[in-house]
Design a protein around this ligand. Structure first.
Ligand code: SAM
Length: 331
């Protein structure tokens, strides 16, 4: 039973923590080509601080933890942190989000440590389009990670941001991965988190359009049940092993059941992906406050949570100013 609830009665039991804002890709939808101004290392939470924070969170009834970034494997000794976190008694499920470039060599150990699942960013199966979208020629490494995850039977979600004019021809080939592999391929609406502002006046590839595109190709596409608190609506092609998800990340149709607590790379708490950040947890961890006092501040922050992503966006200090890069937030 979760202890932590927000002011709208939503239980909070899932912490997403960005361990770095650095990334070895420059995805078009995430950051400008020249990159973003990275945080100095001392501004990142240390492994000790992360371990303390995760321990506090588990004592507040948060058993599910995801490490994200930036690219988590760009942070040196990430595996050391993972080894520590799996030892925390209250951590039931530890998940990772990665672009797969540096991940493959660690997969056997991740399996041994009992990693619950890996989300792999995979916007295309075409090397040329991969280079155009990510501005790096790294497709082979990402694909090697996908293969190794499947071989090691680690649950995988392959995430593709759907971008008009960039990877529409990849929707069906990506969905085809579910024919013989037991994985979840998820198509995500593009959000304006690129540090630059929206790429188009209006989102073209909405969740409805993505679904219509899939249905036109797969008349047997069936809605299947969604896991609790899932942000994706799940479907399956008759006879295929895996499933297909669609995430209405920009349309924000799932806020009513949002169970997520986000901590950015600079140690700031976000009660919604679309807010400005509401509490400087790093500052609290570096003060002489006790664990109980820090937990009380976190609880208090969730008593002022916006009801949905639209309200959170409207409450931003400058709602017209571009959102930060997703690389500091973690997705
Ligand atoms: N480096 C890791 C990776 O590539 O998965 C973790 C961090 S990345 C910021 C987390 C997720 O956010 C990825 O699946 C990425 O595709 C997604 N993402 C980043 N910017 C986005 C945007 N503007 N709209 C939708 N999804 C975005």
């Amino acid at each position: 039973m979760s202890i932590l609830h927000d002011n709208h009665g939503r239980p909070l039991n899932y912490l997403r923590l960005a361990v770095t804002d650095r990334c070895n890709l420059r995805c078009f939808y995430c950051m400008p080509e020249e990159g973003i101004r990275y945080l100095p290392k001392k501004e990142l939470l240390t492994f000790e601080e992360i371990t303390r924070l995760v321990t506090m969170m588990t004592s507040m009834g948060v058993p599910k933890i995801r490490l994200t970034g930036g690219e988590p494997f760009v942070r040196s000794d990430l595996m050391q942190l993972i080894r520590r976190l799996v030892e925390i008694p209250g951590v039931q499920d530890l998940h990772l989000t990665t672009n797969g470039i540096l991940t493959a060599p660690h997969i056997p150990e991740l399996k041994r440590l009992g990693i619950a699942s890996v989300n792999l960013s995979l916007d295309t199966l075409d090397r040329g389009r991969f280079s155009a979208i990510t501005r790096r020629d790294e497709f082979a490494n990402t694909f090697q990670t996908l293969t190794a995850l499947l071989e090691n039977e680690i649950p995988v979600k392959a995430n593709a941001v759907v971008m008009d004019g960039k990877n529409i021809e990849d929707i069906i080939p990506l969905a085809e991965l579910t024919r013989s592999h037991n994985l979840d391929v998820r198509f995500i609406e593009e959000m304006p988190f690129n540090g630059d502002g929206p790429h188009a006046a209006q989102l073209v590839w909405t969740h409805a359009k993505i679904l219509a595109h899939l249905k036109a190709h797969y008349p047997s596409l069936q809605k299947i049940s969604d896991p609790e608190n899932s942000t994706a609506f799940h479907y399956k092609v008759s006879g295929y092993r895996g499933s297909i998800g669609i995430i209405a990340a920009f349309s924000r149709t799932f806020c009513g059941s949002c169970n997520r607590i986000r901590v950015t790379a600079e140690g700031v708490l976000k009660t919604c992906l679309y807010d400005d950040g509401v509490l400087d947890i790093k500052h609290l961890l570096r003060s002489d406050l006790s664990d109980e006092a820090v937990k009380a501040r976190i609880l208090n922050a969730f008593q002022h949570r916006a009801k949905d992503g639209f309200e959170a966006e409207a409450r931003r200090n400058d709602p017209n100013h571009a959102h930060a890069s997703m690389s500091t937030i973690g997705g």
